[in-house]
Ligand binder design. Structure first.
Ligand code: SAM
Length: 263
């Protein structure tokens, strides 16, 4: 099996498992978001943080007319958020997992959901006014291939807006859902990659504190409170927090940003 296939298999298995964990849905305030969110001092819970993150990303798009592509749409909660601004008929959303798309179609009726990989977009050149990709590009084989595909299907002047995770080289090599091919040591190399692919007006910002770190503290407190109140067993507590703890030594940056297709 190629490295690309084994990453895709792992992702399908892992996210499909997450879909069935009831405590994960409760953690997200019974929403179907699946990201760290963006936390301010007033943010009360994970669902609100995920909504904040969407607002932060959409702020890179000055004109919300036209259509938008939601890449790696998870269970469709990001697409549902987009439908607050965009008519559902102008939103297309893709994911590699049919199981997640079953949830998505319920969460965002009217959105055009399609099973598709971010690195092989079955759309004509110049199809979308804007593209959003929330916390997923680190999974793609490769991120650079996705940047090229996104640039191809964007209309001139359109933007790719995204948030993404950079991990240590050792973690990119070790983790089953990631590849060394996506290793980037810092934000400057991220911007340079986007520019090399052909984006202009690239604007990448470090939000490690507002996203990953604040999510970490909230998740740790949330699941411990659930345990103290007898809502979950010790086994469940450990199972839910293990992935969170394991990210600590691996994490370099959580970033958000945008790049524009030249006119
Ligand atoms: C952390 S989740 C984020 C989901 C959603 N964007 C959100 O913020 O709630 C990552 C998503 O990327 C999807 N994904 C991973 N590799 C993909 C690929 N090559 N093409 C499309 N989607 C992919 C996964 O199935 C999963 O839904």
């Amino acid at each position: 099996m190629s490295e690309a296939e084994s990453i895709e298999n792992y992702i399908l298995q892992r996210y499909d498992e997450l879909c069935n964990w009831q405590e994960v849905g409760s953690y997200y305030g019974d929403s179907d978001f699946l990201n760290f969110g963006y936390w301010t001092k007033d943010t009360r819970d994970q669902k609100e943080a995920c909504e904040n993150l969407m607002a932060q990303l959409l702020a890179y798009i000055p004109d919300s007319s036209g259509n938008i592509l939601d890449v790696a749409c998870g269970k469709g909660e990001t697409s549902a958020y987009l439908s607050r601004t965009y008519p559902a008929g102008s939103i297309t959303a893709i994911n590699i997992s049919e199981n997640q798309l079953v949830f998505a179609r319920k969460n965002a009726p009217g959105v055009n959901f399609q099973i598709m990989s971010a690195t092989d977009l079955a759309f004509d050149d110049n199809s979308f006014d804007n593209i959003i990709c929330v916390e997923a590009a680190f999974h793609f084989y490769t991120r650079e291939d996705f940047f090229r595909e996104a640039l191809r299907v964007l209309k001139p002047g359109g933007r790719l807006v995204l948030c993404d995770v950079l991990m240590t080289l050792e973690a990119e090599r070790r983790r089953e859902s990631r590849t060394e091919k996506n290793y980037l040591p810092d934000l400057q190399s991220y911007s340079e990659l986007m520019e090399r692919v052909g984006y202009q007006n690239v604007d990448i910002e470090d939000i490690t504190e507002q996203s990953w770190r604040q999510h970490y503290w909230y998740a740790v407190k949330y699941f411990h409170a659930q345990f103290l109140e007898g809502r979950i067993t010790e086994d469940v507590l450990i199972a839910r927090l293990k992935p969170t703890y394991s990210r600590v030594p691996d994490m370099l940056y959580y970033l958000k940003g945008a790049g524009q297709k030249p006119v």
